[in-house]
Structures are given as structure tokens and as C-alpha cells.
Design a protein around this ligand. Structure first.
Ligand code: NZQ
Ligand code: ZN
Length: 389
């Protein structure tokens, strides 16, 4: 276990009746609020009216930015950051899924940056200051409600790049599972695949002696495996939605990575290339790529980890030969993703072919990977992508 500093300061209001605290929390950061949201789901569900009511009750000045797209673009970041400057906004209130929250993080930083906002991603300019961010989460998936990261797309260069900075972590997040009742079956499945992927990316690490962290990861993975199919079948099942929502936050808020040291992820960089070129749903891309990544890297060095994954997560009989346990674990994952969650199991059905695979593989293999569970060469990435077709 590595040395670490534990500092996960997002204040979380979890549960059904917590939005009544929204006004007081926003007020603690100032008077001018920029409300950001996506394509309209919050208007359809009635959440928008509730939020506006709370803001009015608290006597705050409201500004709005809507239309943030899934796989949010740098153009949306620019619109929001410019508004923050123009109106001297005090706090951003992001209401939505990961896309809205991610874009809002870079609007918050953009308030204090005078260059091209893509520099946060393209040039990795330092991010040391940002407006305070408050979130109301409507989709359990990315963990953006409690983490320091965000992923932005540049449609001109076909790049989708993640960036992290401590100042981007939301100050306060409202997690009301009932707000996810309206999430479609498809987005519920994709979101669950994303949560599971965050956990697997972290679980498959080289750091030994991680009993506590591994046990937490296993518990979180089993939570997703147990409740995602329930939420798909019964969208208003509170227990399922609540467990998924809390798992989403804890999968990636830093706690399960803090003591592992650097552990660059593998499937996420590949998926980000796919959504950069084809604008596909993040969780779906991960679902397709992950089992291929597993089969590709199942070898004598990694066997023990896959065996542990099979026994602990999928409860496979530990008396079986090791290789059989490992392969059965991958099969269980495939059944979960493609049968229980009914996600598409190949890229071809999404209209993707190998046209950009060379560029994608080149970029992924250049992405820092020295401490990765298994280092990935360009050819490795190409093999995984081709196997995903
Ligand atoms: O835009 P609206 O109308 O709100 O509709 C959204 C959108 O169409 C809809 N939705 C959200 N909440 C809803 C709802 N529909 C009905 N009822 C509700 N309560 O769902 C659609 C997808 O929303 P989006 O925010 O795009 O989904 P998600 O939360 O999965 O976010 C995906 C983005 O986050 C990035 C992904 O790459 C992708 O760009 N990620 C962010 C991470 C982070 N910040 O740490 C890590 C992740 O690995 C990921 O890369
Ligand atoms: Zn993800």
C-alpha cells in the first residue's frame, strides 16, 4: 500500500428530500448562479421547476445555459465560461448527468482563463482556480459528482480528452435516487457498465497487498451486478437506483485508487477514441471493449488476478482449474453486459469499421502507461479494437 493523503471534500446530500437545502448551499457561495443543463430531460421530469423554485426562494440571481450535449464539446464549455465572465457568476449549478457536470467543471475553470478553452485538454495548461460547483445528479454513471475529472470533446480534431484538477471537484452534490427514475433502460445499462468499468479498471492493478481496497472494490462491483438489472426492469425501484447512485460516486471519487499509486486505465482511453470519432455512448463503448481487453491480456502473468476476480466477484468455484476460472469470469461479465443489460456486443452494429483504428491505436499507445496493469503497445490496441468489431 502506497502513502497517501485522504481529501475527498464534496459535501453530499443523499436521498429523497434533500433539494430543500439547495438554496442555502448556493447562497453560501454568493448571489449569482449559473444553472447548466442538457437537452431537456430536466424540463420533462419537472426537476427544472423545482430547482428554479428553490433558487427563487433563496433570493438568488439566476442565469442559464442549456443544450450541453452528451460527450460534451469544448464549444459548450466556451459558452458557459464566457457567460461566467460576462455576468461575474459566483457559483455554477450543474443539473444532469456526467456530460453536464464535466462541461461545467471546465466552465468553472474557464472563468479564470483567457486563452483557448481547449488548452485545458490539448495543452494541459495548469488549472489552479475555478468557480465553486454544485451539482444535482440525474444519472448514475460517471462519478463526476464527486471526482476531480472531466472529459471534453473537440469535434474538429476528433479528440476526447480527460483532465483532472483538485479545484474541479464539486463543493456540494445532491444525490436523489428518485431523480434517476426517468433514465431510459438503455442509459441505465450504459451508466451501470461505466460504473463497473471504473471499478474493474482500478481492481486490475499491479499493486500488491490491497486487501481493504480490493474488498471495497468487490463490494461495489457486486452492488452494480445485483442492482443494474433490477433498475433496468423496474425503473422506480428506489433500492436499486439508490445503490447504483452511491456506487457511481464511490467508484471513482478517489478512495479506491488513493493507496494504489499511479495506475493508468486501459479500456477508458480506447473508448474515448471511439467516442471521439463516432460520438457513441461512453458506457456502451466500454462494455464492448472490456471483455476483449480481458481476453487479450489473460496470460501467465495476469492469471492470478483474473482468478481472484472470478472467485470474489462472480463466485466461481475455486476448485476449478485456474485458467477455467479466469475464462468463466470473462464469460460471466459478457453475460451480464450483453444478456442481463442487453447492450450491443460489437462495434460493427454501431456503424464502426477499422477506418480510424490506426490513429486511435497510435494515440492510446502514446498515452502514459508505464504503471498500467499491462502495458499496451499500438499493436495490442489494434488487436483489441479489431476483436471488438
Ligand atoms: O441531456 P439531457 O436531456 O439531460 O439527457 C441526457 C442525455 O441524453 C439523459 N439523461 C440524464 N439524466 C436523465 C436523462 N434522461 C432522463 N432522465 C434523467 N434523469 O441521458 C443522456 C446521457 O447523459 P450524459 O450526461 O451524457 O451521460 P453520462 O452521465 O453517462 O455522462 C457521459 C460523459 O461523461 C464522461 C463520458 O466520457 C461522457 O462524455 N465521463 C466522465 C467521467 C468523469 N467526470 O470522471 C469519467 C467517465 O469515465 C466518463 O469518461
Ligand atoms: Zn467511464
Amino acid at each position: 500500500m502506497k502513502d497517501f493523503i485522504y481529501n475527498i471534500p464534496t459535501k453530499v446530500y443523499f436521498g429523497r428530500d434533500q433539494l430543500s437545502h439547495l438554496g442555502e448551499e448556493l447562497k453560501s457561495f454568493g448571489n449569482k448562479v449559473l444553472l447548466t443543463y442538457g437537452g431537456g430531460s430536466i424540463k420533462k421530469s419537472g426537476l427544472y421547476s423545482r430547482i428554479v423554485e428553490e433558487i427563487n426562494k433563496a433570493g438568488l440571481e439566476l442565469y442559464e445555459l442549456n443544450g450541453i450535449e452528451p460527450n460534451p464539446r469544448v464549444t459548450s464549455v466556451a459558452r458557459g465560461a464566457d457567460l461566467c465572465k460576462e455576468h461575474d457568476i459566483d457559483v455554477i449549478l450543474a443539473v444532469g448527468g456526467g456530460s453536464v457536470i464535466d462541461a461545467s467543471k471546465f466552465m468553472a475553470a474557464g472563468r479564470y482563463y483567457d486563452g483557448d478553452y481547449w488548452d485545458f485538454h490539448g495543452k494541459k495548461v495548469p488549472i489552479e482556480k475555478a468557480l465553486p460547483l454544485v451539482t444535482v445528479l440525474t444519472l448514475a454513471a460517471t462519478g463526476s459528482e464527486m471526482d476531480t475529472g472531466g472529459v471534453i470533446t473537440n469535434p474538429v480534431t476528433h479528440e476526447k480528452i480527460g483532465r483532472q484538477a483538485d479545484v474541479l471537484r464539486p463543493k456540494v452534490s445532491f444525490l436523489d435516487p428518485t431523480l434517476t427514475y426517468t433514465v431510459s433502460r438503455y442509459q441505465t445499462a450504459c451508466g451501470s457498465a461505466d460504473i463497473l468499468s471504473h471499478l474493474m479498471e482500478t481492481y486490475f492493478s499491479r499493486e500488491p497487498g490491497m486487501y481493504l481496497t480490493d474488498s471495497v472494490l468487490v463490494g461495489l462491483m457486486k452492488t452494480v451486478i445485483r442492482y443494474a438489472p433490477v433498475a433496468c426492469e423496474e425503473p422506480t425501484n428506489y433500492e436499486a437506483r439508490a445503490n447504483l447512485m452511491w456506487a457511481s460516486s464511490w467508484a471513482i471519487n478517489g478512495f479506491t485508487r488513493i493507496d494504489k499509486g499511479p495506475n493508468p486505465w486501459s479500456c477508458h482511453p480506447i473508448e474515448h477514441e471511439l467516442s471521439a470519432f463516432y460520438d457513441i455512448t461512453h458506457g456502451l463503448g466500454l462494455a464492448i471493449v472490456t471483455p476483449r481487453w480481458m481476453r487479450h491480456f489473460l496470460n501467465k502473468d495476469t492469471l492470478e488476478r483474473f482468478v481472484q476476480f472470478g472467485i470474489e466477484v462472480w463466485e466461481i468455484d475455486y476448485n476449478l482449474p485456474k485458467k477455467e476460472i479466469a475464462l468463466e469470469a470473462i464469460r460471466c461479465l459478457e453475460d451480464f453486459l450483453f444478456k442481463d443489460l442487453a447492450l450491443t456486443d460489437n462495434l460493427s452494429d454501431l456503424g464502426i469499421d477499422d477506418e480510424y483504428f490506426e490513429i486511435m491505436a497510435e494515440r492510446v499507445s502514446n498515452y502514459s502507461g508505464a504503471a498500467r496493469f499491462q502495458d499496451m503497445s499500438k499493436q495490442d490496441v489494434l488487436d483489441i479494437l479489431n476483436a471488438s468489431l
